[in-house]
Design a protein. Sequence first.
Length: 635
Amino acid sequence: MEEMISHFAVIVAGIDEEYQNSVIDGIVSCAKASNANISCFTAFGGVIASNHFDIGEYNIYNLVNYDKFDGVILLTNTISDAGEKKKIIQRVKASGIPAVYLDCNDDPEAYNIRIDNTRAMRDIVQHVITKHHARTINFISGPLSNPEAQDRYEAFLHVMAENKLIVDARRVYFGEFRAVDGERAVRELLRSGMSMPDAIICANDAMALAAMRILERNHYEVPEDVIVTGFDNTYNARHYYPALTTVERPLYDAGYKACEVLLKVTAGQPCEKVISLQATPVFMESCGCNQAVAEDVKNYKKSTYQVIDSCRSDISLLNRMTSELAETETTEENIKAIGEFMHEMECEICALCLCSEWNGAFGTRADEYQISGYTKTMYAPLIWSKEGIACVDSFNCSDMFPIPQEDGGHVNFFLPLHFRERCLGYYIITDSEFPTKSMLCHSIMMNISNSIENIRKLLHLNSVIEELDRLYVIDPLTGIYNRNGFIREADTLYRRCEDSKELLMISFIDMDGLKLINDNFGHKEGDFALQRLASVIKDCCGSSYICARFGGDEFIILGVGTSEDDAASLERAFTKRLADLNHILHKPYELSASIGSFVSGIEPGVTLFNMITKADQMMYEKKKRKKTSRYLRKA
């Protein structure tokens, strides 16, 4: 019996952060042990101060086809946009597949892996108050829309109340869990004129470390002048000086448990709805507890070198890729250049998937190009693997993968490909640590996206140039060459005749009675008559001659390698076609024109203009013999 392979989705933002890294590592370990596939849909929203950019990033969540998955793990606590979180939760509920949430209660009916934030935060705050006698305390919080941030903030408030300490609202700063929030909180404190607090309690390590850097730049010592604490026990927190007092959380275990729950549920086994894991405070140098660093110095040196070396390699990749992509001017060149760098991401497969209308017209309004969701069909111009490079011309967006993934044990990262809010497509990186471990993954993805957008703009710039050139040489009323177009083409043919000694034929045509048509039936009818005459001239020319509207009611035909007989044949054909058209149209006027032709070799000192003048004179002689009155039909 064929083994059933489970396929789970992971919804997360900011996978280059240590929290997400550790949780994903746990999920992946559990999945691989059971030969399950993981597809991680991730955005980098909230990283850049641009709402348009965030729209483009968060669009990746619209790609998820929950019908294709056996279950989903949600780290919605990493998504700062409340609207996006709500949409994701609604879609997951509607899908009916098993869902496991981490560290939040966004859906009480789903499975939840909780890490007790409250007790550990209480212990940290209590420690600072009782052990280090802090009385004036600032707090740097995450967004209260985030359940973890809310738990930590409420724990802080409770301990302060229990110790009969006042919480001054001016000493609480609400950020987004980003390092920049720690910087802004301290700068705001320094500008406020308030006294320096005894301690600054931070809701995560990133904000705490940034706060410490700003304090040090302003000549405040930690912990001598002010205590600083964090939460998460990240790599940087452990190895900063002074080492940060923080909270150790079993993030890897949480990720492993989340995947384990899905495996049990999909196998029909009973499982607890809520699983709680405990966090542990770690008292280090930043609060004045000079606990020795447990990690061996040799291991620290080795890991630090690996981080620096990896970053240096990624910077080299980014710089070389930027240079190569800047040289590309076509889609084919761009895709080829991207493919040449894929192997450096050390992945099994990397696919570039583009919307079927990714190169839509430049300058269109925002509501006319793809923003939300993806086109019904996609195409993958580049699928890189160790076996070679392939492409898929068309696949259904609902399938997500250009090539179905039939075996198990794979980890796929789906990342958005966009320019501002304009959706261009997405990337799929399979079986690689690059998206989570590289500090420059996001930068490289943006670089590729920008290069594809540049190609799109270049394609449309060339299209605009071609259209402008067409407008320069084509008469807009009749659709044949105008004087500019004729001169450009005729000059080339004239020089050809000059070199080859071939005969050149010029026929000059002047419409009869256009003024009478305009005066009696209006200029719109006059334009119609000109268009019909032009169509007769074009039909007579075929592919052998070129023709043009030379002036208001004047037309010209030019042919190479012709004879007097050819000129006479052309004039007869013109007269017959004109008569046939009059019979078909049955207008209250007769469509008529005079034609004169001049055939000659290129004589010394004779210009193209001289030959046109001779043809014009011959036409005029014929025209004089006509009577104007014949152009109007008798009632």
